[in-house]
Design a binder for this molecule. Sequence first.
Ligand SMILES: Nc1ncnc2c1ncn2[C@@H]1O[C@H](COP(=O)(O)OP(=O)(O)OP(=O)(O)O)[C@@H](O)[C@H]1O
Ligand SMILES: [Mg+2]
Length: 428
Amino acid sequence: MYRAVAVARPLQRTLVRRVSTSFNSHGGGGSMLEGYTPPTTSPANDMIAQLAAKHLDRLSLKDLIRFGRPPLTAQSLLTSARITREYLPVRLSRRIRALRNLPYIIVSNPNISKIYNNYIESLTAILAFPANSLTNLTEESKFTELLTEIVKTHSNTIPVLAKGFLECRGYTTPEEATKFLDHHLRARIGTRLMAEQHIGLHLASVPQPPTIDVPGESYIGTVDTELRPAEIIDSCASFVGDICELRYGARPKLTIDGNPDIMFPYIPVHLEYIITELLKNAFRATIEANTPVPITVTIAAAPGPPDAGGITIRIRDQGGGIAPEDFCHIWSYSFSTFNGSRSSIGSGNSGHLDDLCDVGTDGGDDVMSRFTESAGALETSSIAGLGYGLPMSRAYAEYFGGSLKVQSAYGWGTDVYLRLKGVGLDGL
Ligand SMILES: Nc1ncnc2c1ncn2[C@@H]1O[C@H](COP(=O)(O)OP(=O)(O)OP(=O)(O)O)[C@@H](O)[C@H]1O
Ligand SMILES: [Mg+2]
């Protein structure tokens, strides 16, 4: 099945590789960017400021499916490319502006400046692609190759940013770090989606060599109009079960009830990301509590069209719940209780987030070693440790008007409610 790329996870990491292979093998192995001169100078500061100040509409699921089902006509594909060429620089400039607004000591951290340079590089490359050349499919293909490179450049952003912020934990408070990261990572969802949407539309509209995975017929770019949440839950459970086996030598049981047959138009990589993170938490709690009680995932569809009520997915575990003193930290980036540590970005400085939630601080080295295990494990996948799972999942859920809520019965277990709105498919 076709998978776009939202985050660097093994389950979700295939499209960019496939697209790159596609482009590199096209035309007998030569790059389609032949004749394209990479830019040597970065955009001037005032140009970044001007672009960042431009109006930007919020991306909606409706926007993503506005061209209808692929294959798109050449005209529609070119329109999609032009819109992406126009608005991606605005989004990239806003990220650059936000990074520049961080205190100098933070921006000059090697990890954070690496992310900053990636944005500058991507903006430079896209601005060097002449917007008025997008009048034929050869140029559109070159542009799609460039988008693919840009998506690839940014695929490892989260662990690098996380490491940078941990290294800067003495120079920022948890609230400031979480505020920046939340804003930045939410905006990044839209930037990435914009590029991936055009790549997906291109793959489904322009003939591809047989070796290339193209989106299935139910896809409109990154949106699967016939997404079955139960299938995603099954595949994520199998993946998370494998990680558990590696880490703990055991795999909790999981049952799906409610309405497992429903179909729902949504972006599979987003749902996959969220479900993987929520199952990692539930599996870990279940194993650490040493309970044989299965995790129950209930799928419920609200009456009416998917863009009205949408769906609710409840993940229920009996893994002992979350201690009250930890509960108020669970939405902070970097807060984790993995490996016995209880820590958050900035804890080396302030030691607590608020009066109700006075967390004992780790020594910095403990936090870093937890990070090293977890971030290194982003490649091989780890059960927990980075402290990004819940806040990032909520960011994905809220991006298109959904929500993520956690309820804990400490001493018993945890219920997580994921609500997602779909998009009406009338007229498609
Ligand atoms: N189902 C659950 N049962 C018990 N504790 C939970 C559960 N879900 C989350 N938590 C608590 O919330 C903390 C933060 O969760 P979060 O998913 O954000 O980070 P993490 O799991 O530690 O690391 P990762 O970034 O790998 O997800 C966890 O460390 C854990 O203490
Ligand atoms: Mg987690």
